[in-house]
Each structure stands twice: as C-alpha cells, then as structure tokens.
Design a protein around this ligand. Structure first.
Ligand code: HEM
Length: 472
C-alpha cells in the first residue's frame, strides 16, 4: 500500500495484539517499543492504537500535530464519567471545549485564584496536623493513604464547590474515598465493547454482567455529582459573597436560556455534572497518589529523607506551630522531591488519549484519521537516553538541571503539554507541596514492621495504609 504505517508486533485474527499485552500496560508497551521503535502500531482487539515512546515523537504529536488530534475517549467508562464527553478532559475541540476550559481556568486556575485559596489549603493542613498529632498519642500508626485522600478531597471540594466535607450532610471523609474508588472502577472495568466495538461487544458486556457492574459504580458517582449540583440549585442559596465555578456555570445557563440566539453552544446540566465529576476525578487521586508515592520513596530512601528533613528544619527552625505556603518558597531541595516523584510515578502514564481528526504523519509514519494515539509519558520519563539511572529515586538529579514539568521538556511531561496541558498544575503543586511539608516538618516516618527482604514498592498500597508516625 502507499501508506507507511508504524511498525508493530504481528497481529492475530480477532484478538490483534492482546496476547502481547501482559502485566502493567505502560511497562509492557515500554518493553515492546524497545523492539519496534518509538512510534508503534498495535491492535487492541479491533481497535488500532499508535503508541508514542520518545520525546521527539511526543513533541510532534503535542506541539506540531496538536491541531489534528482531539482528545476523545474510546472507552465506555470514560464516556460514562464524562457524561458523553461533556467535561473538559474529553469534550471535542471547538466552542464547547473552549467555553468550559475557559470557565475552569478563569474560576479556578489563574495565579490570582490559586492565591485566593491559600487560606483553605492552610486550614485543611492545620486540621491534618492536629488530627495526626492527637492520634499519634494513642496509636503510633496511621492510614496514610486515607489521610492524604481526605486532605486533597477536602481542599478540592472547598475550592471547587464551596463544600466543607467536615460539615457536609451528604458526604463525609469515609464516603469520599469510596466515591474516588468508584470513579476509578468505572474507567477500569474491562468492557468487551472497548476492544470489539459494535453490537457483538455490547452483547457480551450485557451477558457477562460487566455493563451492569460498571453502571452500578457510575450510579454512585452520579449521585455524588447530583448532590453537589442540587446543593447549588437550592432556592435561597446566597452566592453574592462566595460564588464558585458551579454557581458561575448555573448563572451562565440561566442567562443563555433568555438568549434567543439558537445556534450558539449551550451549557446543560450534564456539563455541570461533568464539571463536578471532572474536577474531582482529575484533582483528587492524581495529587493524593503523588503524595503517597513521595512518602513511599522517602521512607525507602533514608538518605534523601534525612537530607530533606534537615533542609526543612534548619531553614524553618524547629519551633514553628504551623507551616504556611510562604515557608514552601524558602525551600529548594524539598521541591525536587515532588519533581522526582512526578518523574517516576506519573498519575496519568498515558496522558489523555488523543484521536487523529485527519490523516497525519508522525516521525515519517502515516497515521490514518480516527486512530487513537497514546503517549507513554511513563516510559519517556524513565528512558536511559534522557535520564541517568532512570529507575532510581534521586531528586539530586534536578539540582543543576533546568528540566521541569511545565510541558516544555518533552522527556518530562507528567502534566501533559500543548493546549490540553493540565490546567490544575499550579493548584496541584501547591496542594502537594504544603501537604508534604506538614508531614515532614511535624513528624518522623517509618514502616511499622519491617520484614527482611520486604520491598515496600511491591506492596505500596498496603505499606502506606499503615505507616508509623512519630511527632517530631
Ligand atoms: C499531581 C497532580 C496532577 C497531575 C499529574 C495531572 C496530570 C494531568 C494530565 C497528564 C492531563 C492531560 C494532559 C494532556 O493530555 O496533555 C490533565 C488534564 C486535566 N487536569 Fe490534571 N493533573 C493533576 C492535578 C490536577 C488538579 C489538582 C486538577 C484540578 C483541581 C486537575 C484538572 C485537570 C483537568 C480539568 C484536565 C483536563 C484538561 C483538558 O483536557 O483541557 N488536574 N492532568
């Protein structure tokens, strides 16, 4: 054929390359790319996907071919949580995406807005320190995973929806982790229709009960989104003093109803539900899991833990009753901990999936329209071509380096790049830095029972459920 398609492993009838995919997907695709190259074509069942595993090819997709790629989910789970592509992450390019992205940036993510939420982040952290100090008097271990999910969820809910989790009627600290898990499950339940689109796949999903299962998870997520929306729609709600992004969208929706121009894009209640779910989904587990990984790596690497705690306690002195965001600005090595954690443990290892709108060329290969593109940012951030001892947790590598995560160094793109770059980057960094600073300033950390030869990384989830906390 006249097409020069990217190389890839041999396919089998019907299953395509599914037999090549074993173990964790980012790692497995990284291994395959060593044989087939940085632009690789695989078939997941009937669905062809191009996998990108070099910084040059990633730059080409994200910067040069950006206009030709839109971000639309092929999976039923993504479609469900985004109310059929009504959220910022999955809305197709055009007026709809531009409108909701602009609202979110203006209402949540400008530097001025981030600054105006400082008191919320500091108050929630003070509460965290108080609770940990109290609990450490009676119980030396803490469920750090739950603690950090609660911290981030409390901040995101207050900033995003004006909702105080500690006083809320329909939500509390326990149920928030449950909603988070359900959001993850909706997207990860394997559905046959994702690899075998069409009637046959949908029939197998129905007969196997998978469709019902993912629907049940989504029903809980939808209840959460709806409760927050109802709270904002209550008659008599006073928004003059403290309106949030949902109030602003409701206001826009009401005004557009009066607008007679029938052609322009209109916000619907699904956009509101999708915005609520989207902010929660994009904001909470990403930041919380990065903090959990940072603590995991620090506990695994006592040299780094000692170095960073020394910097913090020497710079800030050891008599402080509370630490603030102002204190974060005085630290240098501490910030590299977050950077190195984001390099090694990207919460979104493939960024958001892209789909080509027209036939394009990447690194000289032809990619047909409507092909899904996955950028394996995880593999790129561990490629020995760009990083020395890439699998080692070593924040010192950034000491004399200008590389950062803002989307200009394509070997390090945990927040993506280009026009779909994560708008919550500034918010996420402030949440994670202040949270970690509090944990490291006020407490010393270790594993409760260390079994010989036990590698904490292999039991990350379990290890950080129970971490020993000793007030400093
Ligand atoms: C460690 C924390 C975080 C990481 C690593 C992260 C990473 C990402 C990535 C990789 C994308 C897709 C970018 C692309 O495909 O080019 C994204 C999109 C997004 N993120 Fe984040 N994120 C984090 C925290 C947050 C927070 C705290 C919020 C909001 C409170 C947020 C809101 C969003 C939204 C709304 C999008 C969709 C943007 C669009 O498609 O236009 N993120 N994030």
């Amino acid at each position: 054929s006249k097409w020069k398609l990217p190389p890839g492993p041999k396919t089998r009838p019907i299953t395509g390359n599914l037999h090549n995919l074993q173990g964790a997907l980012p790692l497995c695709l990284q291994n395959l790319s060593q044989k087939y190259g940085p632009v690789m074509l695989l078939r997941f069942g009937f669905v062809p996907k191009v996998i990108i595993t070099s910084k040059e090819a990633a730059e080409e997709v994200l910067r040069i071919q950006d206009l030709q790629c839109c971000s639309r989910p092929k999976t039923a789970g993504f479609r469900m949580v985004s109310y059929n592509c009504k959220d910022i992450g999955f809305a197709p390019y055009g007026e709809e995406w531009r409108t909701i992205r602009k609202i979110s940036v203006v209402e949540l993510f400008t530097a001025k807005k981030i600054q105006s939420f400082t008191h919320i982040r500091e108050e929630e952290n003070d509460l965290l320190v108080k609770k940990l100090s109290e609990s450490s008097l009676t119980r030396p271990t803490v469920n750090l995973k739950k603690t950090l999910y609660t911290l981030v969820a409390s901040i995101v809910c207050r900033v995003g929806f004006g909702l105080n989790l500690h006083e809320c009627e329909f939500m509390n600290e326990d149920s928030v982790t449950d909603v988070m898990n359900k959001m993850d499950l909706v997207q990860t339940v394997p559905l046959y229709s994702d690899t075998y689109p069409g009637r046959m796949g949908r029939f197998v999903d129905w007969i196997s009960g998978q469709k019902k299962r993912s629907g049940n998870y989504f029903s809980d997520v939808n209840t959460f989104n709806q409760n927050i929306l109802d709270d904002h729609l209550k008659p008599g709600r006073r928004v003059e003093e403290s309106s949030d992004i949902i109030d602003v969208m409701i206001d826009m929706m009401r005004k557009q109803d009066e607008d007679k121009d029938g052609d322009s894009f209109k916000l619907t209640t699904d956009h509101l539900r999708a915005m609520i779910g989207g902010i929660f989904l994009a904001g909470v587990s990403t930041s919380a899991s990065t903090m959990i990984w940072a603590m995991t790596e620090l506990i695994r690497n006592p040299r780094v833990m000692k170095k960073v705690q020394e910097e913090i306690r020497t710079t800030l002195g050891d008599k402080k009753e509370r630490v603030t965001e102002e204190d974060v600005t005085k630290l240098h090595y501490f910030k590299l901990i977050v950077k190195e954690t984001l390099r090694l443990h990207l919460p979104a290892p493939f960024l958001l999936p892209r789909e080509t709108l027209s036939d394009i060329k990447i690194q000289g290969y032809d990619i047909p329209a409507k092909t899904q593109i996955l950028i394996n940012a995880y593999a790129i951030a561990r490629d020995p071509k760009y990083w020395e001892n890439p699998d080692e947790f070593n924040p010192d590598r950034f000491l004399d380096s200008s590389k950062d995560y803002k989307g200009l160094h394509f070997e390090f793109i945990p927040f993506g790049s280009g026009r779909r770059v994560c708008p919550g980057m500034g918010t996420a960094i402030t949440i994670m830095e202040l949270g970690l600073l509090n944990l490291l300033y006020f407490f010393d950390w270790g594993l409760p029972e260390k079994e010989e030869g036990d590698d904490i990384i292999t039991r990350n989830e379990v290890a950080l459920d129970l971490v020993q906390v000793i007030p400093h």
